[in-house]
Design a protein around this ligand. Structure first.
Ligand SMILES: [Zn+2]
Length: 285
């Protein structure tokens, strides 16, 4: 864990380093690090306007800024005054403006799913068809792998937004697509590197911040949305997590093993860092 102390601030910006996780994209804590770095070049307070923000208070000891889905998020200790919080935001305004613009760009580059839209998954092009059903029927998803056609049948009944129903069903389908490929790839690589004895369960779970995770027990968990990334990136994520079976860190020895298992890892890592949001999707129904 690292900590940064911006000068003249009553509270610290805390940054955590996730040692055994593959970040999906910049975490709020990483963004806060950049915010701290902006301190020296901040504009005069008189020219600044306070942007809207969502505030979450907790037992944390530090102030943390982040941007999620076009919204500035502030995480603050219970004891932080609104004055302190807003002075902090104003101080970091240049960083906040930049992050909000970057977030807007990322939102626009996400995969947009609507009736007739196409998308790439595991190297194949799929088309999505959306039908709105009568109230008596149940929402469901069907896929024809031969024709690479995914059909979403949705009802508008109930409290849940139709986009949320679509997202839930689509995620379930993505997991069914990801599981056979990634389980096989993981087992094959673990066997080839003589790490199969240390491999535990292979699971799938959606998370906002990680593509993959390897526990100390040798269980590997993947974010199934990764299949929306280029296949070389999927293979790198598998290699990354399998290599964690031997090295539970990001040491030089770890990266040497990654290099052996996946010589293209640098390109894949670069894609994840700069284009990870392109493997996220948004329903526009
Ligand atoms: Zn890692």
């Amino acid at each position: 864990m690292r900590e940064t102390n911006p000068p003249q601030r009553p509270m610290q910006v805390k940054c955590t380093a996730a040692a055994e996780q593959l970040p999906l994209f910049c975490t709020p804590e990483q963004r806060a690090t950049a915010a701290a770095a902006e301190t020296a070049t901040a504009q005069p307070a008189t020219e600044k306007v306070l942007p809207g923000y969502a505030l979450t208070r907790s037992r944390r000891k530090t102030l943390c800024l982040g941007v999620e889905d076009g919204q500035l998020i502030v995480r603050a200790p219970h004891y932080a005054s609104i004055n302190d919080i807003e002075s902090f935001i104003i101080e970091k305004q240049r960083w906040v403006t930049k992050q909000l613009a970057e977030d807007t760009r990322r939102q626009q580059e996400k995969i947009r799913l609507f009736d007739g839209a196409t998308f790439q998954a595991l190297g194949a092009e799929f088309r999505i068809e959306i039908n709105i059903l009568g109230a008596a029927l149940r929402s469901r998803i069907d896929a024809c792998m031969e024709h690479k056609l995914v059909t979403l049948s949705l009802t508008e009944t109930g409290a849940q937004r139709i986009e949320d129903k679509a997202e839930k069903l689509f995620r379930r389908w993505l997991t069914s697509l990801a599981a056979p490929y990634m389980q096989r790839a993981t087992r094959q690589l673990a066997a080839a590197t003589a790490l199969d004895r240390t491999l535990g369960e292979i699971g799938f779970r959606y998370t906002r911040s990680k593509w993959g995770h390897c526990t100390s027990a040798g269980d590997i968990q993947y974010n199934p949305a990764v299949v929306l990334a280029p296949t070389t990136v999927v293979d790198y994520i598998v290699a990354h997590e399998v290599c964690h079976l031997r090295h539970r860190n990001h040491s030089r020895a770890f990266w040497r093993l990654v290099e052996k298992c996946c010589p293209e890892w640098r390109t894949a890592e670069h894609w994840l860092r700069h284009n990870g949001h392109r493997a996220e999707f948004l329903f526009c129904i």
